[in-house]
Design a protein around this ligand. Structure first.
Ligand code: SF4
Ligand code: SF4
Length: 222
C-alpha cells in the first residue's frame, strides 16, 4: 500500500531545517495534469543582515540553497519513481523577460500551503527565517493533505524597512493580501532592469536582495 505522505514526512525529518507544505494548484495551468504541489523553503546557510551584506556573499548563499534543493528533489523523486507516481519539477526561470512570470509560481504555492505570506518586498516571508529562503516545488499527480492558505500579510503595518532599503524605489509599500496583484507591490520591470545592468560585467544579474536582507524577521523580533 502507498503511504506517500508518510514517506515524504520521513524525508523532511532527515532535513529538519527545511520548511515544507502541500498546496492545491487550482490557480495554475498545471491543474488538469497534477493533483497538488509539494513546496519547500530552504533557508540560507547564513542569515545575512544589512550590517554584513555583500552581494557576492548573498549570491553564494542562493547558490548553496539551490544545491540543497537538488539534493531534496533527488530524494523525493526517488520516492515518486518507486511508487510510479507522475510528477513534474517546474522551472524556476521566468519564460519571458517582458512578463517575468515563471510557468508555476513557487511563491503563490507557498502561501497556499501556509508556509508564509508575501512581504512588502514581494517575497515569501516565513515566521522562522523571514525572507532568507529559497523556494522549490514539485507537482505531483497524487492526492496529499493540502495545507491551509495564509491570506493576509503579517508584516507590521508601520514597517517599511525593506521599502526604504531599495535603492531604486521599486517597492510601493502596500500590504499584501492573497488577491493583490504583483504590480501593486513592486515595479518588477524596474527591479529587473536595474539588476540586469550587472550582466555586462558579471554575466549574471545582480542578485541584490537588499529588500530581503534588510528585513528583521527571521533574525530578530519586530
Ligand atoms: S531586489 Fe533590489 S532592486 Fe529589486 S526591489 Fe529588492 S532592493 Fe529593489
Ligand atoms: S522589512 Fe518589514 S515590511 Fe518588509 S518584509 Fe520585513 S517585516 Fe515586512
Amino acid at each position: 500500500m502507498i503511504d506517500l505522505y508518510n514517506d515524504i514526512l520521513e524525508v523532511f525529518k532527515r532535513h529538519i531545517d527545511i520548511l515544507f507544505g502541500i498546496s492545491n494548484i487550482d490557480f495554475s495551468a498545471f491543474k488538469s495534469n497534477y493533483k497538488c504541489a509539494l513546496v519547500f523553503a530552504v533557508p540560507h546557510k547564513e542569515l545575512l543582515s544589512i550590517n554584513n551584506y555583500k552581494e557576492e556573499k548573498f549570491e553564494s548563499l542562493i547558490c548553496e540553497a539551490r544545491d540543497y534543493i537538488d539534493v531534496l528533489l533527488d530524494e523525493i523523486t526517488t520516492l515518486l519513481n518507486a511508487y510510479k507516481i507522475q510528477y513534474y519539477i517546474p522551472p524556476v526561470a521566468q519564460t519571458s523577460e517582458e512578463t517575468l512570470i515563471a510557468p508555476f509560481s513557487f511563491k503563490f504555492a507557498s502561501v497556499n500551503a501556509g508556509l508564509g505570506w508575501i512581504g512588502k518586498n514581494d517575497v515569501l516571508i516565513t515566521e522562522k527565517y523571514g525572507p532568507r529562503v529559497r523556494l522549490s516545488a514539485i507537482l505531483i499527480n497524487y492526492d496529499l493533505p493540502i495545507g491551509s492558505p495564509i491570506t493576509m500579510s503579517k508584516c507590521p503595518s508601520a514597517c517599511n524597512i525593506c521599502v526604504n532599503a531599495c535603492p531604486h524605489t521599486a517597492l510601493s509599500g502596500r500590504q499584501w493580501n492573497i488577491g493583490i496583484k504583483r504590480e501593486e507591490l513592486i515595479d518588477f520591470r524596474l527591479c529587473n532592469q536595474k539588476r540586469s545592468l550587472f550582466l555586462k560585467t558579471h554575466y549574471r544579474k545582480n542578485s541584490c536582495g537588499l529588500c530581503m536582507i534588510s528585513c528583521p524577521l527571521g533574525i530578530m523580533k519586530l
